[in-house]
Design a protein around this ligand. Structure first.
Ligand code: ZN
Ligand code: ZN
Length: 375
């Protein structure tokens, strides 16, 4: 076992979630690497809608009970390598995914590792250092090439979810896709689709999202509230008015789930990418579903394979990482950042996407730099 941690680095600053909207910065022990594990100095950690949801609820069904180390999108530098780790060395820049499957259960055996019954999660990105469990080191940690900013590499996790959703939707180049919702995930989805050659119609709520949707590649943008019949307005923008080949729902409300079904063409696919709270019920027209031969599906999380494809896309430089990360913050600002996100829906201590006329700033994702910005 080797370590670059000095004697003075025994304690560190970390964000810990104690419950509903109760996020505290604490001094905790720097983690050490056990067998098969590595410890990273966190270079960049990104805010995420899932973190905001957990912050609002005070817990996460699949990630332990409070107090919980917080944050799951990150990239960093290896500072300690546990016994038995062969593929990484001190000083390597890496992006660890936030989970890894067992590769032994029924779902893993069918290539649905996102549904693994023993999916191992790892949280604690808003900290100076983070321990990566052996299974994630072995199966889901990727080496970052020189010159790629750590905060760009940290986009691998959300993009891995999006890539899986995109692939599962069966969309091909030249297809028409409707993406309902222009929050961080909706924008990421429409950008990934556009880069795959898909023609995207974005359905957005706010004025600042109109510009953002265009920036990330939407061919058409429809604003909710500009028409009495949103479904008809969107269908009118599809070839021959027959409806979209694929509709992606990324808002997570019963109303938008129902609208998604109204916007798809016969034989098309709807992917419910946003998950409403459990117990939510929707009403769908069975006639339209049956005689329209419509496929309804949902997708959750990512697999090691989609994580790699997401990382390749980020490495290609085609994804607009710079525009997507709209703010920066220091580690001590994390509690304030989340309190602000509760008010604004997204959050940045500094920054915001500059909209053409300068009137509004769309906040998408904030990069937290525990050790200051590397540049
Ligand atoms: Zn995330
Ligand atoms: Zn499994």
């Amino acid at each position: 076992m080797t370590s670059a941690l000095g004697a003075r680095d025994k304690m560190m600053l970390a964000a810990v979630l104690y419950g509903k909207e109760d996020l505290r910065m604490e001094r905790v022990a720097v983690p050490r690497a056990g067998v098969g594990e590595i410890v990273l100095r966190v270079g960049a950690a990104l805010t995420c809608g899932t973190d905001l949801k957990v912050y609002r609820r005070g817990y996460h069904a699949m990630m332990l009970k409070p107090p919980i180390p917080f944050g799951h999108e990150l990239a960093g530098v290896v500072v300690e390598v546990g016994a038995g780790v062969k593929q990484f060395r001190e000083g390597d820049r890496v992006v660890p995914l936030n989970s890894a499957p067992c590769d032994k259960c029924y779902w893993c055996g069918r290539g649905q590792q996102n549904l693994c019954e023993d999916l191992l999660f790892n949280n604690g990105a808003y900290a100076e250092y983070m321990r990566i469990p052996a299974r994630i080191v072995e199966k889901n940690t990727l080496a970052i090439p020189d010159g790629m900013p750590l905060e760009h590499a940290a986009l691998t996790e959300p993009l891995a979810c999006v890539m899986r959703g995109l692939e599962e939707s069966g969309a091909k180049a030249q297809d028409t896709m409707v993406v309902i919702g222009a929050g961080p995930i909706g924008l990421m989805f429409l950008h990934a689709a556009e880069l795959a050659g898909v023609r995207v119609i974005a359905v957005v709520k706010r004025e600042d999202q109109v510009e953002a949707a265009r920036l990330f590649g939407a061919a058409e943008v429809v604003r909710v509230g500009d028409s009495d019949d949103l479904v008809a307005e969107v269908r009118a923008l599809t070839p021959a008015g027959r409806g979209a080949d694929v509709v992606i729902e990324a808002v997570a409300t019963p109303k938008t789930w129902e609208q998604a079904v109204g916007m798809v063409r016969k034989g098309g696919v709807v992917n419910f990418f946003g998950g409403p709270p459990s117990g939510t019920v929707v009403a769908l027209d069975t006639n339209r579903l049956h005689y329209g031969d419509i496929t309804l599906k949902a997708s959750f999380h990512h697999t090691p394979a989609t994580a790699r494809r997401a990382f390749e896309l980020l490495k290609s430089g085609r994804f607009k990482c710079r525009e997507y990360i709209t703010g920066t913050a220091g580690l001590a600002e994390v509690p304030r950042l989340f309190a602000g996100m509760m008010v604004r829906g997204a959050g940045a201590v500094n920054g915001g996407l500059a909209i053409a006329d300068g009137s509004e700033r769309m906040e998408i994702k904030t990069a937290v730099f525990p050790g200051g910005h590397e540049g």
